[in-house]
Ligand binder design. Structure first.
Ligand code: NAD
Ligand code: GDD
Length: 332
């Protein structure tokens, strides 16, 4: 019989890519989100718009499925997650506690939870040239306020459900995921999408200045969404029930990230460093355990992933500028 899976957050960036991947693998897929996907229709067999903060909706969402990929969360880049600690932590806590228990009660066999590199202690990430983060570095805990604390608690809850009920939970810590069909404007976008947008605007309008929050010497690693989805799927086929990093282990500065994107766009830019939320000073993934557990690690280079992402975002910016021109010429 065809395996039935639920993807929550299926109206969002990673969830939508995951639905496409699972459909290609031949699964029957139910997508659930509080909104429809923004940029193209979902290929899910069923798509239900539900608010997963509510217990009754979590019971509905999890009915009759074998595997649950739980990605729904109140989520955004560093600008968003540092601005709304209370609302982010309480929204995601309600979603997560209800989803885990509803999946168990409805008899799901497996439950995946998307955690984050934001659970790693801030005291280990104060240097741009930091030692890459191993899974065991999570404790003593000092995660990102709000979003990070909530993710860390849910990691523990997944552990308790596995230990106390034998419910097969799987946890991955995502390290800054990017790609086409992700949020690229509006305040929730992360650095790769924000810089693609700003550089596309430079290319299309001719103003060479690109604003970068901070001095641009802060570091991160960035993982292309196709790799992430592959890693999540592989983890769900494994018998590994502790948190696992999924990310790239190539660390770059934000200035270098901007240079790579400008090179892809084929333009010269002038970086303008401005005050803005910066989060940790440095962050990178140690992929030793990922290689041991899955015999695999992300394959797509930063340049290749950014080329695909930039092309999509430049097109979004082009369309938006064209719409604005239409409106202003209609109003004269
Ligand atoms: P996203 O914001 O595009 O997707 C999250 C989805 O959850 C959204 O579509 C949103 O509408 C949905 N959602 C929010 N509240 C809901 C509710 N009450 N009921 C139902 N759905 C609701 O973000 P994403 O980048 O696709 O992230 C997916 C998951 O991966 C999240 O759990 C996120 O915390 C985690 N994660 C992502 C990254 C990254 O770099 N993108 C890094 C670490 C962890
Ligand atoms: N978003 C954004 N926009 N970041 C910028 C910009 C900009 O225009 N300019 C410079 N940056 C810098 C930020 O100051 C930060 O130091 C760095 O780029 C990375 O920012 P984000 O991509 O927004 O977030 P993050 O890496 O700090 O955290 C993200 O990744 C986590 C997982 O690794 C967030 O999305 C978290 O929610 C996520 O869990």
């Amino acid at each position: 019989m065809q395996t039935r899976v639920l993807v929550t957050g299926a109206g969002g960036f990673i969830g939508h890519h995951l639905v496409k991947y699972l459909k290609q693998k031949g699964y029957w897929v139910r997508g659930v989100d509080i909104k429809e996907p923004e940029f193209e229709p979902s290929p899910a067999d069923e798509f239900e718009v539900l608010d997963l903060r509510r217990w009754d909706n979590c019971l509905l969402a999890t009915r009759g499925v074998d595997h649950v990929y739980h990605l729904a969360a109140d989520m955004g880049g560093i600008g968003y997650i540092t601005a709304y600690h209370a609302v982010i932590a309480s929204n995601s806590a309600m979603i997560n506690v209800h989803m885990l228990e509803a999946a168990r009660r409805n008899g799901a066999e497996k439950f995946f939870f998307s955690s984050s590199a934001c659970i790693y202690p801030q005291y280990r990430q104060q240097d741009p040239d930091l030692t890459p983060l191993r899974e065991e570095d999570a404790y003593p805990a000092d995660p990102e306020e709000g979003y990070g604390w909530e993710k860390l608690f849910m990691e523990k809850l997944c552990q308790y459900y596995y230990e106390d009920y034998g419910f097969k939970t799987y946890v991955a810590r995502f390290h800054n995921i990017f790609g086409p069909l992700g949020t690229w404007e509006g305040g929730k976008e992360k650095a790769p999408a924000a810089l693609c947008r700003k550089i596309a605007i430079t290319k299309l309008t001719g103003n060479p200045e690109v604003e970068i929050w901070g001095d641009g010497e802060q570091t991160r690693s960035f993982c292309y969404v196709d790799d992430l989805v592959e890693g999540v799927y592989r983890l769900m086929q494994s018998d590994y029930h502790q948190p696992l990093n999924i990310g790239q282990d190539r660390m770059v500065t934000i200035n270098e990230l901007a240079d790579i994107i400008a090179n892809i766009a084929g333009i010269e830019i002038v970086k303008k460093h401005v005050p803005g939320p910066q989060g940790v000073r440095g962050r990178n993934s140690d992929n030793t355990r990922l290689r041991e557990v899955l015999g695999w690690e992300p394959q797509i280079s930063l340049e290749e992933g950014l080329a695909r992402t930039y092309a999509w975002i430049e097109e979004q910016v082009r369309q938006k500028l064209a719409r604005e021109m239409d409106i202003s010429s209609a109003s004269v």
